[in-house]
Design a protein around this ligand. Structure first.
Ligand code: ARG
Length: 561
């Protein structure tokens, strides 16, 4: 809880805003005087009274409550004492009664947020670059739902373009059904890579590929069947990863879904006089906004990525009537989003202001750690599996007798991959390192998981108390409770800034404070029964808050480690 804010809002001083009061509130020179002090010297001019008199009259006007236990006026300062017992009581009661709902809210009731995330490309590898969009989007999806919004998860599949013509051409020339069925995305990708190599020597393959793509568009039965087969195989393959990461979508409407929905957009652009011709292509000029033109139709009349995105935005508005539509996509595509958002605005769509590009940085692997395949792509599935394996080795070393080691290793390994992508501010580029994300003493998910296991083990032995009293509090306890109390605001801030990292940081902060409390204060052998019960309740509340935070990030917590 922000006491300064609480005090600033409670105080009413004529002609002074609560923000000004907030800025003036400071810590008194010694804690005997109080927890916060407001110097009244600045108000003398406005109120035309001496600071001493101002402090005196403010003191008489402020009533004490469950937060402020004492107010005093000393030499022109107004001093406040905070009722920590009341605050601790209120915080723990809230956590322990709301349980898995602690931090949830209904500020989003009646509002819809579309979230376009993961948005993979069919027949292309699901590589480490897709990690951030998938886990960031997944976390935002859960966070918005938790706050009462109706979140709509959309996987805007990249399933349109000549690459599917290439794939058909390659498959017909070198592919066989069984290999592809067995190999899935990897086998499809190999075909694709081979096509590119061979087309360098045989440019006629490219013409053939274009022809096949045309056939798909025209609804040729054989080509369409192959296309759908590639799509099904890709989705089946990728589902394994979504299952591991606990990722869900409400819609898989991808680019091809908009094939027949672009014409109205093109017509509207034409009607509104926004289209101009540039070297045979139809474009919207954006020079005025300092951007290159947004190409709507190529000279051969075919559509572009932006055209399909505009049709998709319109479709989403019509279908879901969103309050916000988020695009969780790497910052490399900044220009693309700026351009088509601007074009929609120029078309007079007032909802264009509700489109948000949630941009994030690059993820690369620490060099030399793993160089998979030709093509240099690192499959995300391999990264996750390697993390699980490494987690297993560490757990086996630390606690060879642990039951369900495999189950635990899975939660730890998968958690490490997710947390590694979510811990930093999303716009930062990150270098993924196995050692770093699996460091038991670092700012990691396994550190948080281990903290939870520790809390769990204490609760197993001492039991979670039904009721408790507040004993004389020590600073470790107060610091921990203060951290726990920030969770509801943290969740809201994470939604407002599209920044799940706030929740990841909350979890690490709480874990660090819990561990300090755990090592400095005795829980099970506390000095008296009241203290013991209180500490058990605090432990229970900590476990609850961490569990809630990790659930929003999509990370499981093992009971024992
Ligand atoms: N499939 C695209 C890619 O991998 C991402 C699509 C993002 N979503 C969108 N509506 N443009 O780059």
């Amino acid at each position: 809880m922000d006491y300064k804010k609480y005090i600033a809002e409670k105080l009413q001083i004529e002609g002074v805003s609560s923000d000004e009061i907030y800025d003036l509130l400071a810590l008194p020179p010694n804690t005997e005087m109080g927890d916060y002090a407001l110097p009244c010297f600045k108000f003398a001019k406005i109120l035309r009274k001496s600071p001493v008199m101002i402090a005196e009259s403010l003191k008489d006007a402020v009533t004490t409550d469950e937060v402020i236990s004492e107010v005093s006026a000393v030499n022109g300062y107004l001093n406040f004492k905070i009722n920590k017992d009341g605050f601790v009581r209120a915080t723990l009661d809230k956590i322990l009664s709301q349980k898995e709902k602690y931090g949830a809210d209904n500020i989003g009731a009646g509002k819809t947020v579309c979230i376009d995330y993961s948005s993979i490309n069919i027949a292309k590898p699901f590589h480490i670059g897709h990690l951030s969009t998938t886990v960031l989007g997944g976390a935002l999806y859960r966070i918005f739902n938790y706050l009462g919004y109706q979140a709509v998860g959309i996987n805007h599949l990249g399933d349109y373009g000549t690459q599917f013509g290439k794939l058909i051409s390659a498959y017909k020339r070198w592919g066989d059904k069984e290999t592809i069925e067995k190999g899935g995305i990897r086998a499809l990708n190999e075909l694709y890579v081979r096509f590119h190599k061979e087309a360098e020597i045989h440019p006629e393959y490219d013409d053939e590929a274009r022809a096949y793509f045309k056939k798909i568009e025209q609804g040729d039965e054989e080509c369409l069947a192959l296309f759908h087969w590639f799509k099904d195989l890709t989705l089946k393959d990728v589902q394994k990863i979504y299952d591991m990461l606990d990722i869900h979508f409400d819609s898989y409407a991808g680019e091809s879904f908009y094939s027949d929905k672009m014409q109205p957009i093109v017509d509207e652009l034409k009607d509104k006089g926004l289209l101009t011709e540039s070297r045979g292509a139809q474009v919207v000029d954006l020079e005025e906004y300092g951007m290159p033109p947004c190409i709507i139709l190529k000279s051969d009349g075919s559509s572009l990525y932006a055209t399909r995105d505009m049709a998709a935005a319109q479709y989403r508005k019509t279908t879901y009537d969103f309050d916000k539509c988020l695009y969780v996509v790497a910052y490399q595509q900044n220009l693309h989003f700026k351009q088509f958002f601007k074009v929609l605005e120029m078309m007079g769509k007032d909802w264009a202001k509700d489109l948000v590009h949630v941009a994030y940085g690059m993820v690369s692997l620490e060099e030399g750690v793993m160089s998979t395949r030709k093509g240099n792509v690192v499959f995300l599935e391999d990264v996750i599996n390697k993390c699980i394996e490494k987690a297993y080795t560490i757990i086996d070393e630390k606690n060879p007798d642990l039951e369900n080691k495999e189950e635990v290793a899975k939660k730890v390994g998968v958690g490490a991959v997710i947390f590694g992508a979510l811990y930093n501010n999303k716009i930062k580029d990150i270098v993924f390192s196995y050692d770093k994300v699996l460091n038991f003493d670092g700012e990691t998910s396994v550190y948080v998981q281990y903290t939870c296991a520790r809390a769990n083990s204490v609760l197993q032995k001492g039991g979670a108390p039904e009721s408790f009293e507040i004993p004389t509090l020590c600073s470790q306890e107060i610091e921990l409770v203060k951290a726990l109390a920030t969770f509801p605001d943290t969740v809201k801030a994470a939604a407002e800034k599209y920044e799940p990292s706030f929740i990841a940081r909350f979890a690490v902060d709480v874990s660090q404070k819990f561990n300090k409390f755990y090592f400095d204060c005795k829980i099970l052998s506390a000095e008296d029964e009241t203290t013991k019960k209180f500490r058990l309740a605090l432990t229970n509340a900590t476990l609850q808050a961490l569990t809630n935070a990790f659930a929003l990030l999509g990370i499981g917590i093992p009971d024992k480690m």
